[in-house]
Design a protein around this ligand. Structure first.
Ligand SMILES: Cc1cc2nc3c(=O)[nH]c(=O)nc-3n(C[C@H](O)[C@H](O)[C@H](O)COP(=O)(O)OP(=O)(O)OC[C@H]3O[C@@H](n4cnc5c(N)ncnc54)[C@H](O)[C@@H]3O)c2cc1C
Length: 469
């Protein structure tokens, strides 16, 4: 088993203890040494051809089945995975559908900034997810121009505006959007991993894990939105063991120090100055190394930097030689002082360390729907660019299309006669309390939709969202 190198071990040892509490569920949300080792092991299993397995476990059961005789929560849309899923969930809730967001862990954005552009970010305001005031609070920092450089000479440099030049706090963004979602009547089930999805003619029944808000309940919805990331069990089943054609491996950190001031207001979008380098085990793998760096919303003396490369998993025989996360991280620490001109290690006070890897697929990308009643979004759907892997940016670009399309589909669906419910498990007759925002949504005129579509209120009336005491 590969072990972290000396520079990496030393860097993790200097992290403030608060960073151990800051781990979040989504991609790039991990910050602990044991999470790095776990991600390295999963990457190595991809290199060895053991992941994804040829016969993925059946997560979605789509044999024709009757609607289950008992379910605890009944909604229009169940969004599985809350990191980017809450954005889609909130947009649909605001359009008058009843939505539950089911998250395996706590619904919390990572501490490290996401970078995006102002144009992309404004879609959250257009969709009603944020007010102007909230937008400034969650995205306090704008900067630029951004440097793009492919080569060592000044002639190989471009200055760009309008790309990744806004820093967003995922923590603040998810807090604000969750609050809007709940105020509109949306249901959040945290610490409730989805275990299984059973498709039946007029919807799907989701089995939720024990322990969290889901409490081993069954949730029924007309549509399932898969936002469980690139390792979503649902997406893996849909891909039937398809091996990724490539993988992007990324490491980075957010660090403080006076050196950060020299880069004030400037960022690197994509910078590679050298030819492909020999790195990896026994330094026999050649990799083109790319840098990114950004001012941080933590202040002028704080800066985020990332190093990443693209690999082809190739055949099993060469798997031992491929560059993994651990070796890339050693390269990062040894090259960072020259890249950021940040001097001795003790001038760099680390706030957090980041890492992740993303698979990329040449065929079936974006992922085509494989099951009735199921739609993938975010990294699970592989809609993001295979170069930048900016899944948050991609979500912002696609959000208007997702919410318009899903809204239209839900409104135009011909209602099926409901299956008799057999002997229901005891459920409370109490509906979710209506907030003032929720009342506004209900009484507002229906969102524009195509002629002949049904109005909002019957949908609400038909699918009373009820839960057990
Ligand atoms: C170091 C790093 C830096 C990055 N920086 C940027 C950036 O600046 N800009 C940008 O646009 N993108 C950035 N990205 C990419 C971005 O983080 C991802 O594209 C984004 O997080 C994808 O969101 P997602 O919700 O689709 O998937 P994920 O982030 O993977 O989230 C999936 C969610 O599903 C939940 N889940 C998993 N299984 C289940 C289950 N069975 N039941 C219920 N819930 C489940 C997980 O707990 C998690 O919350 C970065 C990534 C990394 C690694």
């Amino acid at each position: 088993m590969r072990q972290p190198g000396p520079l990496t071990t030393r860097a993790f040892a200097t992290l403030p203890s608060s960073s151990a509490l800051a781990e979040a569920g989504g991609a790039g949300g991990s910050s602990l040494l044991q999470s790095l080792v776990a991600q390295e092991q999963s990457l190595q299993s991809l290199f060895r051809g053991e992941w994804p397995t040829a016969e993925p476990p059946e997560f979605v059961l789509s044999r024709p089945a009757l609607r289950p005789s008992a379910c605890d929560v009944d909604v229009d849309v169940a969004v599985c995975g809350g990191t980017l899923g809450i954005l889609v969930g909130c947009a649909l809730q605001l359009r008058g559908h009843r939505v539950a967001v089911v998250e395996a862990g706590p619904l919390r954005g990572r501490a490290q900034d996401w970078n995006t552009s102002q144009e992309e970010l404004r879609r959250l305001v257009s969709a009603g997810l944020l007010t102007e005031e909230e937008l400034h609070r969650v995205a306090p920092l704008r900067f630029g121009p951004m440097r793009c450089k492919f080569g060592a000479t000044p002639a190989s440099e471009l200055q760009l505006r309008g790309v990744l030049d806004v820093a967003v706090s995922p923590t603040a963004l998810l807090e604000a959007v969750s609050a809007r979602f709940k105020a509109a009547g949306g249901l959040v089930l945290e610490n409730s991993p989805v275990r299984e999805v059973r498709i039946h003619p007029d919807g799907a029944a989701l089995a939720l894990g024990q322990g969290g808000a889901g409490q081993g309940r069954t949730l029924h919805s007309r549509l399932v939105v898969d936002a469980m990331g690139h390792r979503s069990p649902l997406a893996l089943q849909a891909r039937r063991g398809q091996r990724p054609d490539g993988v992007c491996v990324q490491v980075g950190s957010c660090a403080r120090g006076a050196w950060a001031r020299q880069w004030r207001g400037r960022g690197d979008f994509f910078v590679t100055e050298d030819d492909a380098q020999y790195c990896g085990p026994r330094r026999c793998a050649r990799a083109q190394l790319f840098w990114q760096s950004f001012p941080s919303s933590g202040g002028e003396e704080e800066r985020s930097t990332y190093l990443f490369t693209y690999l082809r998993p190739g055949c099993r025989e060469v798997s031992w030689s491929l560059l993994g996360l651990l070796e890339l991280m050693e390269e990062y620490w040894s090259r960072l002082p020259a890249y950021q001109r940040c001097g001795e290690a003790d001038e760099v006070a680390l706030r957090r360390i980041l890492f992740g890897w993303f698979p990329t697929y040449r065929s079936n990308s974006p992922l085509k729907p494989a099951f009735d009643r199921v739609l993938s979004v975010g990294d699970a759907s592989a809609v993001q660019s295979p170069i930048s892997f900016g899944g948050f940016c991609a979500m912002l670009r696609h959000l208007p299309r997702y919410s318009r399309g899903i809204d239209a589909a839900l409104r135009q669906e011909t209602p099926r006669p409901r299956q008799p419910l057999g002997r229901p498990r005891p459920i409370s007759s109490r509906r979710y309390p209506l907030s003032s925002a929720d009342r506004r949504v209900r009484t507002a005129s229906p969102a524009p939709s195509s002629p002949g579509s049904r109005p909002t209120s019957p949908t609400w009336a038909r699918h009373g969202c009820r839960r057990r005491r």
